[in-house]
Design a protein around this ligand. Structure first.
Ligand code: NAP
Ligand code: MG
Length: 507
């Protein structure tokens, strides 16, 4: 059958007036296509006004509650229980009972079925989860909908498959669960980090007490509801909300056999000190200051997309964000121009709008940290460019920002801003690129952009980073291990390697 092409009318071919671009060298803000508002509905989301602790398969009250707000509007979304050390103790005891009486005795294939059910239920509730993630954390709905929620489900699916195949994961060695895992996660990928922690722990036969971050507890609580809905045996997953003190009580509880922490390097170090001398197993996923290295021979327009998604994706609230751009000197000016043009088209605003590229900063505290580091960049002599977008009056916002003229001694080149702030440095040779990329306390991730495959692999093997992306950036998959070197932590999550931290492996 031949397809007949419908002739296009003049009206279809003529660009809309708001799509017209000026002839000048650089775009002005607002020259890009404008979009009508396209807010995702939230009336299908039924948040409770108050959330208790999910302990032993039941919702248990706490003595104190704290509000969780939407960082884009400062609207209070719900009250959430603040777990005391006694609450944490109850949760750990429930996890121990469930481990000894039920979960470690269950046939691995049966454990796998429960984990598959969690995965499927996440898919069924994906719209609700995505909206709540964007409401509570401020990230654009297109990210929570297309990245966080699907990859969270994929993680449960992936590890469900391992539950009855552990003997094949480590051939010839016996693999046994550790017991109770105490897990503490940050606010930048609340549901996804919960999935990264809970899925492998359960697949390996452990039970879990998880503490989400104070500013983003809601999707972890929806995950607790999912555990209830799929009839997960009581005590296998316990969710204790609270602030740093709750996390501290959890990791130092003597009934915890394994601690898994994702968060800042400072807190990670404190946890490592607290656990020294105990028999607890520990994995730490900490901060990063990734180099995104662009060679002159790269496909520069693609590289610019990768740079943009690497740092402005999720407002730069990404531990593996490409926050240092290392660009070959000969193309520096061209890359910066392309980058500025592309930044002009980024839409900053309502996280629930489907067109939004950059949402709200997660909290006032985080906004203050970003502002302080940016002010230091200006004081130290780097040249700042921020998109001149109109930011909403309420909530916490920061315009996408780049700094040129940055050297390695600048604080903005060394410290994690954890915001939409990019520092641009140059290099002349691949050796200099490696030297500069590795000149950091961190070692979580890096990116390389070149059209020469051999150069890419040569460089990748010399970068001290847990993940190196080639001609792409910020791509995640449950089958591939993730983790850092140096002050970015130790241990791997994801893939077969992600099973080992939850197992006692003989031989
Ligand atoms: P954070 O302050 O270290 O908090 C992380 C978690 O630890 C939160 O749940 C926090 O509770 C809790 N916590 C705070 N003090 C604690 C203590 N003394 N003992 C036990 N738990 C404690 O980090 P953040 O500022 O929320 O998150 C941003 C950091 O996480 C960045 O540095 C980023 O690079 C890192 N990160 C790393 C990865 C990775 O995979 N490597 C992934 C995501 C984020 P509260 O929320 O109540 O303070
Ligand atoms: Mg919140």
């Amino acid at each position: 059958m031949t397809m007949q092409k419908t002739p296009r009318t003049k009206a279809q071919i003529t660009p809309r007036p708001d799509a017209a671009r000026p002839a000048g060298p650089a775009l002005e803000f607002g020259d890009a296509w404008t979009y009508a508002p396209a807010p995702e509905a939230r009336d299908h989301v039924k948040l409770k006004s108050r959330y208790d602790l999910f302990v032993d398969g039941r919702w248990q009250p706490a003595k104190k509650y704290f509000p969780t707000i939407s960082p884009s509007t400062e609207e209070k979304l719900a009250e959430v229980a603040e777990a005391s050390p006694e609450d944490v103790d109850r949760a750990v005891s429930a996890a121990r009972r469930a481990y000894e009486r039920v979960w470690s005795k269950m046939k691995p294939g049966e454990r796998g079925k429960y984990i598959y059910r969690i995965a499927r239920r996440i898919q069924e509730k994906s719209r609700e989860l995505a909206v709540v993630e964007s409401l509570d954390g401020g990230k654009p709905i297109k990210e929570s909908r297309d990245v966080d929620v699907p990859i969270s489900a994929a993680h449960f699916f992936y590890y469900a498959g391992w539950a009855d195949k552990l003997a094949y994961a480590f051939p010839g060695a016996g693999a046994r669960p550790l017991g109770v895992a105490g897990q503490v996660i940050p606010w930048n990928f609340p549901l996804l980090m919960a999935a990264w922690k809970i899925a492998p722990a359960l697949a390996c036969g452990n039970t879990v007490v998880l503490k989400p971050a104070e500013t983003t507890p809601l999707t972890a609580l929806l995950l607790a509801q999912i555990c209830e809905e799929i009839d997960l045996p009581p005590g296998v997953v316990n969710i204790v909300t609270g602030a740093g003190a709750t996390g501290s009580a959890l990791v130092s509880h003597p009934g915890v056999d394994k601690v898994a922490f994702t968060g800042s390097t400072a807190v990670g170090k404190r946890i490592q000190q607290a656990l020294a001398g105990t028999s607890k197993r520990l994995t730490l996923e900490l901060g990063g200051k990734a180099a995104n290295i662009v060679f002159a021979d790269a496909a520069l327009d693609q590289a610019v997309e990768g740079i943009i998604s690497g740092i402005f994706f999720n407002q730069g609230h990404v531990c593996c964000a490409g926050s240092r751009l290392l660009v070959e000197e000969s193309v520096h000016d061209l890359v910066v121009k392309k980058l500025r043009d592309r930044m002009m088209t980024l839409r900053v605003g309502d996280p629930l709008d489907k067109n939004t590229d950059v949402g709200a900063i997660n909290s006032r505290m985080q906004l203050d940290k970003i502002k302080e580091l940016v002010a230091a960049g200006e004081r130290e002599g780097a040249e700042r460019f921020s998109t001149p977008c109109a930011l909403p009056q309420k909530g916490f916002w920061f315009s996408p920002t780049i700094f040129t003229g940055v050297t390695l001694s600048h604080r903005i080149a060394r410290e994690e801003s954890f915001g939409p702030v990019l520092s641009i440095l140059t290099f002349r040779t691949p050796e200099e690129a490696i030297e500069k990329a590795n000149n950091t306390f961190y070692g979580l991730s890096a990116g390389i952009w070149t059209d020469k495959g051999a150069k890419l692999f040569w460089l990748a093997s010399r970068l001290k980073a847990g993940v190196v992306w080639g001609n792409t950036y910020n791509k995640f998959d449950p089958t591939s291990p993730f983790g850092g070197y140096k002050e970015s932590g130790f241990g791997r999550e994801g893939g077969r390697a992600g099973l080992a931290p939850y197992l006692e492996i003989d031989g």
